[in-house]
Design a protein around this ligand. Structure first.
Ligand code: GAL
Length: 726
């Protein structure tokens, strides 16, 4: 009996081995052309699983929840690419991905780049790092998401360093192969032949991939943002002005600083304390320094009574002098950073120890937020890729997600108290759209800061072109002009000790700008609400703007017909120095040394923001605005709700009168957002949208605003209309 069974068993195994071998061959040969199966995961969003994805990825680290209802509002769509042309295959322990490209297509995204907007043709390694002066993929948010001018987006959900060939490789099976040319005789020979595919190498045996439908590139971005929970809704005070003081300031010096702002009539909503608030820093104790801040609770209260909140600098590396040091060490990584322990924030034990300390010592006495520094790089002080962490997440995966983990769990601490926060961070990644943190860095190139602001709109992040110090008052004012039109209006004087009035010959202009920031609060707040509820990035490039179609560089350069295509001249080079701020504004900054610049207006009429005068329509302007002005234009029918120039953002329930500005001759509408400005009650429906309308009634403009919604927050007082264009 036993012998017979054994015989049968061996017979089956023999057969089975043959079958197994057959399957193996099938997989191997299918490898080259393996089709990818897509399933709808939200309206206009598809997911494919290739190979065996890793347990830890960007979306898991971020913990983001899709805003399904908002996605449904954008509507369903058909799959935006040819599925047969998408390929995913596991080979050599890595996953190779391929997506098709059309001839006239341009790509944007692949994270927070600083020098380029057009990404087609680029070879990048997406890697969280402090930006080092080159767009090579190493940046504060190397978001593995790209969006096409053809109106779709692609996201790779991997917490690994990804090698991206964004239209550089030329395949033998290409549908549009480049034509062979003889370099000896043909001048049009190119060292970079045409490529019709984006190829990505993921160093793992599988990965999840997402595709986002349009129809426009902006729609694809909106779907991506909503899929990741939508943008953050900052508290109103977060959109006011913020000053970061010198590192070793004492409580008295901070109070004096606040008083100086008040005395001089400069707005101020929150002050940032730099490393010196802590008893020890680099690594930190997460505890107040008793000599500089002997009575923290009383100090924070005094500041709050003045209408000024506090934001505290930290980096997450724990000093031996921290009270919870011993308790935390079993839950930290194998390597130290500046001799500090690196908390593995995937471990609940770590989170409890760290956030209990921050809560007890700071948040419970009303500290309003944090600046989370040095979670990006550089390599020479951060843990190496060989580092290990108790959660089993690798050194590489931790590097790619550490900023997100820090944001996620610190934000959760505030949320548990039903308080919104708005802070700063130096690393983010795909999935981290909804965190209430703004990126910044030490790089300080003004032009590149603006390009980063443009690219933030396709990277799912916020970015501030912070002002620190300047060589001249001209530079100071030029930098100030742009930070006012950004997600965080900030001076970072941690080292320089500068104040807004530090350059006396431009102090008045700086003050006016800071007050303009405050006047525009109803606009900024509504635009952030649109980021949250609808996914539209409040700051974004012209490439996402309807009526602004950019051509592929070469084709335009070869055939410039300015009559047919008024922006061809400028489109021949990428547009990286002007951007959209909210629904209606186009901002065209000037940089030190410039007295004039070109501004490219998309099709449609545009008006001067300050005067309401007609500026142009689908054309290139050359403007000479003088040092005092940053050129800003408003779309025809544009409505900008403004308030009086208050020194602090309106408090919860504070009623403010509105001045509603209308530009152009056309009818217009605007949705004004309102809520308590500080809590998460909006998640329970405690908010309202008011419809603002301007109609042209027999040649006369007339404005109306819908009535306050019964039982919902309403902070709108009297309404004054200003029709800016005569
Ligand atoms: C840098 C940071 C600066 C400042 C400084 C304090 O890493 O980028 O903004 O906070 O640390 O040491």
């Amino acid at each position: 009996m036993t012998g017979l069974l054994l015989k049968m068993y061996l017979k089956i195994m023999k057969k089975f081995r043959f079958i197994l071998m057959g399957v193996g061959l099938l997989v191997a040969s299918a490898g080259y052309t393996q089709a990818v199966t897509w399933s709808v995961v939200a309206p206009g969003v598809w997911k494919a699983v290739i190979g065996k994805p890793e347990a830890y990825d960007l979306l898991k680290a971020a913990g983001a929840q899709p805003r399904t209802e908002a996605l449904a509002k954008i509507g369903t769509a058909t799959f935006p690419l040819s599925q047969a042309d998408i390929n995913g295959v596991v080979q050599d322990g890595k996953t190779a991905l391929r997506f098709p490209l059309q001839k006239d297509e341009q790509l944007y995204g692949f994270g927070l780049n600083f020098q380029t907007v057009h990404q087609r043709g680029k070879i990048l390694q997406l890697h969280v790092d402090h930006y080092g002066g080159k767009d090579n993929g190493r940046t504060h948010s190397p978001t593995p998401f790209y969006v096409s001018s053809n109106g779709y987006g692609v996201f790779i959900n991997s917490a690994r360093y990804l090698n991206v060939y964004a239209g550089s490789g030329v395949r033998k099976d290409s549908k549009n192969p480049p034509v062979e040319k003889d370099r000896n005789t043909d001048k049009s020979w190119s060292s970079r032949p045409y490529s019709d595919a984006v190829e990505i190498s993921v160093p793992a045996g599988g990965v999840e991939v997402y595709v986002f439908a349009g129809p426009t590139a902006l729609d694809a971005v909106r779907r991506f943002n909503l899929f990741n929970g939508g943008g953050p809704l900052p508290p109103r005070w977060g959109l006011g002005f913020t000053q970061r003081v010198k590192s070793l300031y004492t409580a008295d010096e901070v109070k004096n600083e606040a008083k100086a702002f008040e005395d001089k009539g400069f707005p101020l909503d929150f002050i940032g304390l730099e490393p010196g608030w802590q008893s020890k820093a680099y690594p930190g104790t997460f505890e107040w320094d008793k000599t500089r801040y002997p009575q923290p609770a009383q100090f924070v209260k005094e500041m709050m009574d003045r209408g000024i909140r506090l934001n505290l600098w930290i980096n997450p590396y724990v000093s031996k002098n921290a009270t919870f040091y011993k308790a935390i060490t079993p839950f930290t990584g194998s390597h130290t950073v500046w001799t500090g322990e690196v908390p593995d924030l995937n471990m609940p034990e770590v989170r409890k120890l760290l956030y209990d300390q921050m809560k007890k010592s700071q948040v419970d006495i009303n500290v309003s937020g944090y600046k989370i520094d040095e979670v990006d790089g550089y390599d020479h002080y951060l843990w190496p890729d060989v580092a290990t962490f108790p959660s089993g997440v690798s050194g590489e995966q931790m590097r790619q997600t550490y900023g997100m983990l820090n944001m996620r769990y610190s934000a959760e601490m505030f949320k548990q108290l039903n308080k919104r926060t708005y802070g700063l961070v130096r690393a983010n990644n795909g999935g981290g759209v909804s965190f209430p943190y703004v990126l910044y860095n030490d790089y300080y190139n003004h032009e590149d800061f603006i390009t980063a602001l443009i690219n933030s709109g396709t990277a799912g992040v916020l970015w501030t072109p912070e002002v620190r110090a300047s060589k001249t008052s001209e530079e100071w004012l030029r930098r100030f002009q742009t930070v006012i039109f950004s997600p965080m209006a900030m001076i970072n004087a941690w080292s320089s000790g500068t104040k807004p009035w530090s350059y006396p010959d431009v102090a008045n202009q700086v003050k006016e700008l800071a007050l303009l920031r405050m006047q525009m609060m109803p606009y900024w707040y509504s635009e952030f609400a649109k980021y949250h509820f609808e996914g539209t990035p409040p700051f974004r490039g012209m490439n996402l703007e309807p009526g602004f179609k950019q051509e592929v560089k070469k084709e335009v350069a070869a055939n410039v017909n300015l009559e047919e295509n008024p922006y061809a001249e400028a489109a021949a080079k990428e547009i990286k120095d002007q951007y959209m701020a909210g629904e209606y504004l186009l901002v065209a900054p000037l940089f030190t040394g410039q007295t004039s610049r070109k501004v490219i207006l998309p099709k449609g009429k545009w008006y001067d923001f300050y005067t309401g005068e007609f500026a142009g329509d689908g054309e290139i302007l050359t403007v000479t605005p003088g040092l005092d002005k940053i050129p800003v234009y408003v779309k025809d029918g544009g409505i900008i709700p403004m308030m009086k120039p208050m020194l602090h953002a309106p408090k919860t329930g504070e009623v403010v009168d509105l001045e509603i500005r209308h530009y152009g001759k056309g009818a217009g509408n605007y949705r004004l957002y309102d809520d308590d400005g500080e809590t998460f009650n909006y998640e329970k429906g405690e908010y309202a949208w008011r419809e603002i309308k301007v109609d042209n009634v027999q040649g006369k403009l007339k404005g109306t605003i819908s009535a306050a919604v019964k039982g919902k927050p309403n902070t709108v007082g009297k309404v004054m209309w200003r029709f800016m264009s005569k």
